[in-house]
Design a protein around this ligand. Structure first.
Ligand code: MG
Ligand code: CA
Length: 538
């Protein structure tokens, strides 16, 4: 049996949902009251809402024009999405959040930032020029139940474009970089020139090195010798931008479902694809841990902040000399920090930046600050001491093996309806022969039967190993061949009989002609002899 003949595994989200619900209630009942009481939101960070906790792991795709960003998403989802454009012309000119939705369609940027259920509200500060170039594509894809993906405009060479965009492109990129769980930088192996804007974009991602993975895409377009040189050149270029380029993982491959041009590295490309998918499948687990860590960090800061504010309140005189005292207190803030550090045994790293804090404080009337409320701080301590630990224990340790989301790039496809209005097809593709009386596969039947006879050695059926060589001649990725195998093996006995093999060959040709292979076999392609029998085809 080949790896592409495996069956899909059950998908489990419950653990993560429980963790997220736990975080929400801890925040709401234990942290939020303290934050509000001591003006934390004005000093440090706005209150968190449900959307911040519910947000699925986000993947940000960044790359120059035509490096295959949109195609990569299509490959992940195994289908098109509303509003997608694939280059070279026309090409993506906007930020597209590709997210799960029962109802498919496009939500424009202006509406998107008003939606309290989504986490994009702060993006409105980038102005209308940006919002007109921002949208959400809602897609009913099982892959998107576990993750969301951000497609970005292709980055061009030259200064002109930077001005033309009319909004702070790098700023938007940074906003996303801070919030996403994974950043995938795409490079085109057969056009490895790095423009100034792309270089600036990569530099803007600095500080998020741990989130970055690199994809050297279209690696099948050049021969293995050229590929080695390109890989070397890429590492050298990255070395100039990243502090430690050797720890950033580079995945080499051809991330779409088309035949390979040079297939001598086929095995490598497929291994790399599986490695990358595995990494993406771990994101929900990592994202749950990241949310936990972020909340711990925030709780520690909120606690220190409460000490600072209440100490300042305590020092203030009741009637005279208020302004002078306030000036002194602000000036001596480092002293106050040391005092709190000793008195409450808080670690130095938990304190907010002194200068920023001094700036903020000058704007406030210290008399309006609240004094210490031990009960509120005890809540935070109990949260850090036990609640968080309990939630932490619920995040499975080794979840990646039984992946929580199913990203296979073609093995377990999810085109719910092969007549989707968003589908793009060259020619009739899979729908050829629809409504005809004759089984369209019979048109080239004799050539398929000849091959069957050559391979079968008079056996009534072909095993996987007997058919494999022939199917591999198509140079289609194993992911696609696996899908075709599953559709063609109508009775699911692991073998292809004469009809089934003809169907498999026919589907290979549909794919090679540029058609898409759907999840379910359309009725008109089911072999006529099998239609009325009780074969399972789901
Ligand atoms: Mg694109
Ligand atoms: Ca069969």
């Amino acid at each position: 049996m080949f790896s592409w003949m495996n069956k899909t595994k059950e998908v489990h989200h419950e653990c993560f949902d429980t963790v997220v619900e736990g975080l929400k209630s801890i925040y709401k009942y234990k942290m939020f009251p303290l934050e509000q009481h001591y003006l934390f939101h004005e000093f440090h960070s706005p209150p968190l809402n449900d959307a911040d906790f519910d947000a699925k792991p986000l993947i940000l795709l960044v790359g120059q024009y035509s490096t295959g960003k949109t195609t990569f998403i299509k490959y992940l989802l195994e289908r098109d999405f509303p509003g997608m454009r694939i280059g070279p012309e026309p090409t993506t000119d906007r930020f597209i959040a590709v997210m799960y939705g029962e109802k498919e369609g496009v939500i424009p940027g202006n509406a998107l930032v008003m939606d309290p259920k989504k986490q994009f509200k702060p993006l409105s500060t980038f102005g209308n020029a940006f919002l007109n170039r921002f949208q959400c594509s809602m897609v009913k894809s099982p892959v998107l139940k576990g993750i969301s993906v951000i497609d970005t405009p292709g980055i061009l060479a030259g200064e002109k474009q930077r001005i033309d965009r009319g909004y702070d492109f790098i700023g938007v990129l940074q906003w996303f970089a801070e919030r996403v769980d994974r950043i995938i930088l795409l490079f085109d192996a057969h056009k490895l020139d790095i423009s100034d804007e792309f270089k600036r974009s990569i530099e803007a991602l600095r500080g998020h090195d741990d989130k970055i993975k690199i994809v050297l895409n279209k690696a099948d377009m050049i021969n293995p010798q050229q590929l080695m040189r390109v890989y070397g050149a890429l590492m050298w270029s990255l070395g100039k931008v990243f502090q430690t380029p050797e720890v950033v993982r580079v995945y080499i491959g051809s991330f779409w479902d088309q035949p390979l041009r040079f297939d001598s590295n086929k095995q490598l490309f497929e291994d790399e694809t599986q490695d990358l998918f595995k990494d993406l499948q771990c994101l929900p687990r990592n994202s749950a841990l990241r949310k936990l860590n972020d909340l711990i960090k925030r709780a520690r800061l909120a606690k220190v902040h409460a000490y600072i504010i209440s100490e300042l309140k305590k020092e203030m005189p009741n009637i005279f000399g208020k302004e002078n005292k306030k000036r002194d207190l602000i000036k001596n803030l480092p002293h106050l920090y040391r005092k709190i550090q000793q008195q409450y045994s808080v670690s130095q790293g938990d304190f907010p930046d002194v200068k920023k804090m001094q700036e903020h404080l000058s704007k406030y009337d210290f008399n309006k600050f609240h004094s210490i409320k031990p009960r509120m701080l005890e809540e935070i301590d109990s949260m850090l001491g036990s609640d968080i630990a309990q939630l932490m224990a619920m995040v499975p340790n080794e979840y990646c093996g039984d992946s929580d989301i199913d990203i296979r790039g073609g093995i377990f496809e999810n085109v719910g309806d092969n007549l989707s209005p968003f589908g793009y097809r060259r020619g009739e593709g899979i729908m050829a022969g629809y409504g005809e009386v004759d089984w369209i596969v019979n048109k080239d039947r004799s050539s398929y039967d000849n091959i069957f006879d050559r391979l079968s050695n008079n056996n009534p059926k072909l095993s996987g190993s007997m058919a494999k060589e022939e199917l591999l001649k198509s140079k289609l990725p194993n992911t696609v061949l696996g899908k075709i195998w599953r559709l063609a093996d109508i009775d699911q006995d692991g073998f292809l009989d004469r009809d089934e093999f003809a169907l498999a060959m026919y589907l290979v040709n549909v794919k090679l002609d540029g058609g898409d292979i759907p999840r379910d076999l359309p009725d008109h392609l089911v072999p006529p002899f099998k239609k009325n029998s009780s074969y399972p085809h789901d």
